[in-house]
Design a protein around this ligand. Structure first.
Ligand code: SF4
Length: 464
């Protein structure tokens, strides 16, 4: 009697989370039940990340832990980016793995399990086709979303055609493949019908959506269609904008629709033109300054997020100081900092990894310290202001039975940004105006705004 249960561990980015949930949909449709406990499942799957050093090690650890406790009537599948990028090396590192499933063919998970069932020798199976990635609902009629409570990720494309020297994504996922607009709109309608209040649009490079479909100003075109098709979804957030590709029409479209919240995530990676050129990244810092200024003047309450790499080959103290000065000048609301990870196979490989680890860590520390001060000052400037907050949980203040709620404002993307603590509590799933009473480096606290005719931070009026 087969025990049709699966245990799936999802690692890496939100795009991988969506792939994991799509695999789970296929398995459940085939009668497999999800199991939170590996021991009671027949099929063990780790949807791995193969992007940079620490993430790869986390994936190997997850595989090793499952392999160490695996019974003879269980199968361990290493799915995702680590398998796609390293193939047999994964099995050399973790001999208990029974099969590899590449990130480009996550939708073949059932066929692979079938092959494992009919397998006559203990030899591991390899399913690593490297044809272009397929991201669409089209092929398997599964939703390309990941929903947590009243918030959801919606994947609009995958793969990337950019030449960034440090990045392995194009090696792993292949070039850009945009999902058809009709599929994306159908899922936005489905999420609206499911009562979702926030949709986070994701891709490797969201600003490139529609490029290979020949859609002019693709993202702006898609956003206009989305607000038309899902008018009840309160917040539509745009993550992973590529510098140099945020157009005037995108800014105008965001300014015209309050659903398109004033939040911009644009990974810049550095600010010194020489470093950016070595990274093979857009190095036109005038464009960056002009575009950020344009967005700040057209989008009241704009929250800016960016990501930076320190310790890239050849980074001098002078180049790093340019980055520090840039951070001080722009005063981002949210900043992610990574140390350079040497990635064989990328076009930065010939540059090696000359910046010592301790120098990388020291620079990361200085940059984080600077940003923490800026983030606290930005948060302190919000005290007394009213801001909309999506309530995601409730509880009590430690040591008292005073109710408290926790949520995120439009300034906080899920999992990567801050939280807002609402004294007195509030209903989960509601978006409520909160008057900010306290500021911490990354989080805020406040109370439910009861007075009326108040203008919220993002310029919305609270009426009776
Ligand atoms: S745009 Fe992003 S995903 Fe694409 S190559 Fe550059 S860093 Fe990698």
């Amino acid at each position: 009697m087969t025990n049709k249960r699966f245990h799936l561990v999802s690692l890496g980015c939100a795009k991988n989370t969506v792939d994991s949930e799509s695999m789970a949909q296929l398995l459940q449709r085939e009668g497999y039940a999800p199991s939170l406990v590996a021991d009671s499942a027949e099929v063990l799957i780790v949807n791995t990340c193969g992007f940079i050093g620490p993430a790869k090690e986390e994936s190997y650890q997850a595989l090793s832990d499952l392999a160490a406790n695996k019974r003879s009537d269980q199968w361990l599948i290493a799915a995702g980016c680590l398998s796609q990028r390293y193939g047999a090396e994964v099995i050399e590192r973790v001999p208990g793995v029974d099969a590899l499933l590449g990130t480009r063919r996550w939708m073949d998970v059932l066929q692979l399990i079938d092959k494992l069932r009919r397998r006559t020798s203990p030899e591991p199976l390899y399913h690593l086709p490297d044809e272009a990635i397929t991201v669409g609902t089209d092929e398997h009629d599964v939703l390309r979303i990941s929903k947590q409570g009243y918030s959801a990720y919606l994947k609009i494309a995958d793969g990337c055609r950019r030449p960034c020297a440090f990045c392995a994504i194009p090696l792993i996922k292949g070039t850009l493949v945009s999902r058809p607009m009709h599929s994306i709109l159908a899922e936005a309608r489905a999420l609206q019908a499911a009562g979702v209040r926030e949709i986070n649009l994701i891709a490797q490079d969201i600003t490139d959506w529609g490029h290979e479909l020949g859609v002019k100003d693709g993202l702006a075109t898609l956003l206009e269609a989305l607000v038309h098709e899902a008018p009840q979804v309160d917040w539509i957030r745009i993550l992973y904008n590529f510098p140099g590709s945020v157009t005037d029409r995108q800014i105008e479209t965001m300014a015209a629709h309050k659903q398109l919240i004033p939040y911009l995530d644009m990974p810049l990676q550095h600010a010194h033109p020489a470093t950016l050129k070595r990274m093979r990244r857009p190095a036109n810092m005038d464009w960056v300054h002009r575009t950020l200024a344009k967005m700040r003047s057209n989008l009241p309450g704009l929250a800016l997020r960016s990501t930076f790499i320190v310790g890239y080959p050849g980074e001098t103290e002078e180049e790093f100081q340019t980055l520090m000065d840039f951070i001080e000048e722009i005063r981002f609301d949210r900043v992610g900092v990574f140390t350079f990870s040497f990635e064989p196979g990328t076009s930065s490989e010939p540059l090696g990894d000359p910046v010592p680890e301790e120098v990388k860590e020291e620079r990361k520390g200085r940059l984080m310290e600077l940003q923490q001060r800026i983030s606290l000052e930005n948060n302190q400037a919000l005290v007394g202001q009213t801001i909309d907050v999506l309530i995601e949980g409730t509880g009590e203040v430690e040591g008292s039975d005073e109710p408290i709620a926790v949520g995120r404002s439009y300034r906080d993307a899920p999992e990567i940004d801050g939280l807002v603590f609402v004294e007195g509590g509030a209903p989960v799933g509601e978006i409520i105006p909160v008057r900010i009473t306290g500021a911490m480096p990354y989080d805020l606290s406040g109370v439910v705004e009861t007075s009326r005719n108040v203008i919220t931070l993002e310029g919305l009026e609270i009426r009776d």
